[in-house]
Design a protein. Sequence first.
Length: 150
Amino acid sequence: MSSETDLIKLYSARILALAADIPHLDRLDSPDATAKKRAPLCGSTVTVDLTLENGRITGFGQDVKACALGQASASVVGQNIIGRNLKEVETARDQLKDMLISDQPAPKAPFSGLEVLIPAREFKNRHASILLCLEACLEAFKAASQKNCA
């Protein structure tokens, strides 16, 4: 397959539609924690604001400056992140990483929509951008949990 065909396959209509419709793009006024993650290779960044209650995400805002793949990932995460606990977010991140790096299945529900990014397996330089939103969520979640315990 030519590299041009590979890129066309990678940037499917579904990925582009997700990238064009990212939920929760408004930052939170009073988050419990904020985390910003950057993919050094491509420069994509995602900043996440979270509020927590009883160990679950109750508020979520994000600022996404990423390629279409990072945007699509942030879109799926944004659609499903409210109500999740730390373990669920860690599991989603680990499953996404395994999907990309180890050819494992797509993450399970509620993050099963990330399967749209399976074609990105072949593009290792895009993996960090795809993982940004979940990585930022985990960092913010841990910071908020520590703050709430202090």
